[in-house]
Design a protein around this ligand. Structure first.
Ligand SMILES: [Zn+2]
Length: 495
């Protein structure tokens, strides 16, 4: 007879002897479910009506198919099939509250006296205290925990709010930015009235008003190889909410060298990634990506755009993993990379293995300290930045005069079409930087060319590219269209 695994959902486990899954023999889906119900009378009442029909708020899946679209209870089983019972659940009300409370008090033998928490604390955290996996002991672990958030932006914002709400005792924040109007589309820590204020000042106020029991320690600095070890050292868990590769490798390396877990999240347009890197128990970020991609292949959120709710999902997943690490509960996302595609609404999971030759976390590690991260990631050095400064360029006011003259320059916009539709200069030609090599013919008859982008970085690269091709009269618009909007045409939006 075929042998199938039956998965019991959390709310029904107290009615099934506390098990989450069991292995049953049977020829049909209905057969194994009925066998399970016969041996657990509480479950039977829940799953079947008095006249023996499967209740219609209980959905049963065979592997990933609803049996209602197969042969219902008569759907045949093969060896190794997975039968899942998926009951309708509504948020916070547990299906079997007494059973939950019973199991909570069962673990009470080792639970410290609840008097350690004030009456208000007990009320604030009551939904946690009801969970056997948290309880008073877990809530105390949360209160004693110190979590460092690298970046108080899209990922750090939701993570900070949920960690504070959960009762994490100390939250460290590393950031050096001020709140910009364009942050508010996703960085839910900040309000419109915070625009222009230092992020850490606004964040500390917001977090402490949410939970006065959470201490917020601010590190107003750019994380660097010089300060990273000292900054990370006092914390139990690091939550990596950075948006650039030099800082990402720096956070990973410092966490590995300090033997601390780092909860990783990253976002790009509509897609997110989450993992937990803990070299003591699994791979590190370098095991997954030994080398960073070249900088011109990785547009930032500012260039590529990001769906505002995406960092909410990813940041909350990071907060979830952080809470689990603190509680020591569940299966952490160690050795697994979770991929989230918001457009398709799909989660996928890939296995990450520890690289036996990882330079950082393997037994043969050669890297014993922090390195020069901007150089490792190919970020322009001081010399390259200076070379960019020496490129022929034009200031916005001068370009305005030239455009009004009898011989206006050929104006090339090297941004992406979405940026073009936010704002563009009159008479400009849109040729995204990536298409420039194939479309360079469009420029050959121009006597003089001016290239612009958002802030002047991409246009500098494009200018260098055209100069290398032999174009003689090419200049970049210094400061990009944002400088133009500031100094020449305030009616244009800045972004
Ligand atoms: Zn590694």
């Amino acid at each position: 007879m075929p042998n199938a695994t039956v998965k019991v959902p959390t709310p029904l486990r107290p009615l099934a002897g506390g098990v989450s899954e069991l292995s049953l023999e049977g020829t049909t889906v209905g057969g194994v479910i009925r066998d399970l119900a016969e041996s657990n009378p509480g479950l039977k009442r829940h799953l079947f009506t008095a006249d023996g029909k499967l209740r219609n708020f209980v959905t049963v899946y065979l592997n990933d198919e609803d049996i209602r679209f197969l042969e219902r209870e008569a759907t045949p089983l093969k060896d190794g099939d997975v039968v899942s019972i998926v009951p309708a659940v509504a948020g916070g009300s547990p299906t079997a509250p007494r059973a939950h409370l019973r199991s909570a008090s069962r673990s009470g033998g080792t639970t410290p006296a609840p008097e350690a928490f004030s009456k208000d604390d007990l009320r604030r955290y009551s939904r946690h205290l009801l969970l056997p996996e948290v309880g008073v002991a877990g809530q105390r672990k949360l209160r004693q925990a110190k979590v460092l958030l690298i970046g108080a932006g899209g990922l750090g914002a939701p993570a900070a709010l949920y960690l504070a709400a959960a009762g994490v005792g100390e939250i460290g924040l590393v950031d050096f930015d001020s709140v910009d109007l364009s942050n508010l589309q996703r960085q839910v820590l900040y309000s419109t009235t915070d625009v222009g204020r230092p992020k850490l000042v606004a964040a500390k106020e917001r977090i402490e008003s949410l939970n006065p029991g959470t201490r917020v320690v601010t590190h107003e600095q750019r994380l660097s190889a010089e300060n990273a070890m000292e900054t990370l050292a006092p914390y139990d868990v690091v939550l990596d909410g950075t948006d650039n590769f030099p800082t990402r490798y720096l956070v990973n390396d410092a966490a590995v060298l300090l033997h601390k877990p780092s909860v990783y999240g990253s976002i790009y347009r509509f897609e997110g990634q989450v993992s937990v890197f803990d070299a003591e128990r699994g791979p590190c970020y370098r095991c997954l990506y030994p080398e960073p991609p070249p900088p011109d292949l990785v547009p930032s959120c500012a260039e590529a755009g990001v769906l505002g709710v995406l960092p909410g999902v990813v940041g909350v997943l990071q907060a979830t993993e952080t809470v689990k690490l603190i509680l020591g509960q569940g299966e952490p996302l160690i050795g697994r990379l979770l991929l989230y595609d918001a457009l398709a609404l799909k989660f996928r999971e890939l296995k990450i293995r520890k690289n036996p030759r990882c330079v950082l976390c393997s037994p043969h590690a050669t890297q014993k300290e922090l390195i020069d991260y901007p150089a490792f990631c190919g970020v322009p050095s001081v010399e390259e930045a200076a070379a960019r400064e020496r490129l022929p360029r034009v200031e916005p006011e001068a370009l305005r005069a030239e455009l009004d003259s009898d011989e206006p320059p050929f104006l090339v916009d090297v941004r992406e079409p979405g940026e073009w539709s936010i704002a563009h200069l009159p008479g400009a030609h849109l040729i995204p930087k990536g298409e420039l090599p194939e479309r360079v013919d469009e420029l050959t008859r121009a006597a003089k060319v001016v290239v612009y982008c958002r802030s002047g970085i991409r246009s500098a690269e494009a200018t260098q590219f055209l100069l290398d091709l032999g174009f003689s009269n090419v200049r970049t618009l210094h400061g990009g269209i944002n400088a133009w909007a500031q100094r020449v045409d305030p009616s244009l939006p800045q972004y």
